[in-house]
Design a protein around this ligand. Structure first.
Ligand code: ADP
Length: 493
């Protein structure tokens, strides 16, 4: 085999087995040779392709650009070119090709034919198209999110894992200006003109919502006031959620601040109204009860009238109780709770509270027991603490059904008094647990059962327990029962 035919043989082999489409094209565009890859790419047998021109298999819209480059090459302005264009497959669909063309010239420089290499880039083209669509969609979403972020009426802040502010929206910048008139360092926990829900006590670093969120805490509806000026200050309700990284670790937190100024001011007005009305009700109610008592003592009343007097008296007592609760709440709100501590026998206190409730328990067919083994004498406000135990027993009775049982236990450890009221009643939905102690809050079941009450009992319990430096714990399961534990620091007489 001579040298020429050997190199030609090599060339043919290369061409035939190349995974890239290859053709030899005459000066008029006729396809002289097409390799297997190109035939497969366009779905034609080679004999058929050889009868065609590249113009016929090029998508009409892409032909002009190809021809222009071809002319330039023939004219000697360039020796090769590269273009991305569409071919028409034998079955009619379009195939994207990345085409490289070189012109082979004879020794005297006259053109012989074109050598073309065509890479099928249909999949890549489709991928790029989809990528472009996705990028555009992403960009649209981003702009939309940005617009929403900046226009919502809620202050939004994102902090990173070290508590540094990452971003905040326009609304929150207004809040920041009010809370930090001297500027903010951009780090969670900085204190400023930020006050608790009473509007009086400044929040400490540990109480600041950003600080709590930076410690991984999640919460809802934490109320606070910002600003020093009583006219321009705003009330905010804050919630926080933790942000996780891909491994589920703590990556920071998102906080949302809702302006609840109008709501808080309305609450204040309501409180003032309730307090003044309750106050006004007390005097006439005392007179009504006094006269009812006199009436009830009379022996000359007809039986049906005596019965009616008892009904009136029972309801008037309930009314007095409600007015008392309302006044208690108003007083705690306005001036806190003043305790009158003295040495109190707590076992006696618990026993008396249980005994007083026995008639109601019997009427409700509920077993009521005191479980106070040891003598415990401590410095507490006896009257207030009795109110606590009474309220808890009254709730346990209200939310128990016939056949149930209630136990009131008393224990003392080294430094803690532990009074627990445990019932086998209806229990409390988990979603309601953290609102139980809010004034006027009534559970769903309490409303369904139409149990008497205004939603003040537990708030009173909590205010008294907190005034003693203690806390109330609740454990409850729907359908099983509840346990309210009052834990007080023990002060020896
Ligand atoms: P009230 O009993 O007047 O509704 P409270 O402040 O005493 O108000 O209690 C608030 C709510 O807590 C009640 O409405 C009720 O849903 C729930 N609750 C309190 N004690 C119990 C209990 N022992 N068992 C079940 N639910 C209770």
């Amino acid at each position: 085999m001579d040298q020429v035919s050997e190199s030609e043989q090599l060339w043919r082999l290369t061409m035939e087995h190349s995974p890239i489409g290859m053709t030899l094209v005459g000066q008029g565009g006729e396809l002289l040779v097409a390799n297997r890859a190109f035939c497969e790419m366009l779905g034609y047998p080679e004999q058929v392709l050889r009868t065609m021109t590249f113009q016929e298999i090029t998508y009409p819209e892409d032909l002009a650009a190809d021809l222009a480059l071809l002319e330039e090459t023939l004219a000697g302005a360039r020796s090769s070119y590269r273009i991305r264009k569409r071919y028409i497959h034998a079955d009619g669909h379009l195939v994207w090709g990345d085409l490289s063309v070189a012109l082979l010239r004879s020794e005297d420089g006259s053109p012989i034919h074109f050598i073309s290499q065509i890479l099928d880039v249909t999949a890549q083209q489709e991928y790029e198209r989809r990528l472009a669509v996705a990028a555009e969609m992403l960009d649209h979403q981003r702009r939309l999110a940005e617009a929403v972020y900046d226009s919502v009426d809620v202050g939004l802040v994102l902090i990173d894992r070290s508590g540094r502010y990452e971003t905040m929206n326009r609304r929150h910048r207004d809040f920041m200006a009010l809370a930090f008139p001297d500027g903010h360092e951009g780090l969670a926990g900085q204190t400023g003109a930020v006050y608790g829900s009473d509007g009086v006590a400044r929040l400490s670093r540990e109480e600041m919502p950003t600080y709590r969120a930076s410690q991984g805490e999640e919460f809802d509806d934490v109320r606070m006031w910002i600003g020093d000026d009583t006219i321009t200050r705003r009330a905010l309700s804050v919630s926080a959620r933790t942000v996780h990284d891909q491994e589920g670790g703590f990556a920071g937190a998102a906080l949302a601040y809702t302006d609840v100024t109008d709501f808080m001011r309305a609450l204040d007005v309501k409180d003032e109204f309730v307090a003044s009305v309750s106050h006004e009700l007390r005097t006439p109610l005392t007179a009504v009860l006094g006269h009812l008592e006199l009436l009830a003592d009379r022996t000359d009343l007809p039986a049906d009238m005596a019965q009616q007097v008892r009904v009136i008296e029972r309801n008037a007592v309930r009314l007095r109780h409600l007015v008392g609760d309302l006044l208690h709440v108003a007083q705690v709100r306005d001036s806190g709770l003043q305790l009158a501590r003295s040495a109190i026998d707590l076992r006696l206190l618990v026993q008396q509270a249980v005994e007083a409730a026995i008639p109601s328990a019997q009427a409700a067919r509920v077993t009521l027991l005191a479980d106070a083994a040891d003598d415990v004498v401590a410095m507490v406000d006896g009257q207030r603490l009795r109110q606590v135990v009474d309220n808890l027993i009254s709730n346990a009775l209200k939310y128990s059904d016939g056949g149930g049982s209630i136990t009131v236990s008393l224990q003392r450890t080294e430094d803690l008094l532990d009074i627990a009221v445990t019932d086998t009643g209806i229990g409390i939905d988990e979603a309601e647990l953290d609102r139980l102690f809010t004034r006027f809050f009534r559970g769903q079941q309490a409303q369904v059962r139409m149990a008497p009450g205004a939603g003040l009992g537990l708030s009173i319990v909590q205010s008294i327990v907190q005034a003693h430096g203690g806390r109330v714990q609740v454990e409850s399961e729907v359908g099983v029962g509840s346990r309210f534990r009052v834990l007080l620091p023990y002060i020896a007489p």
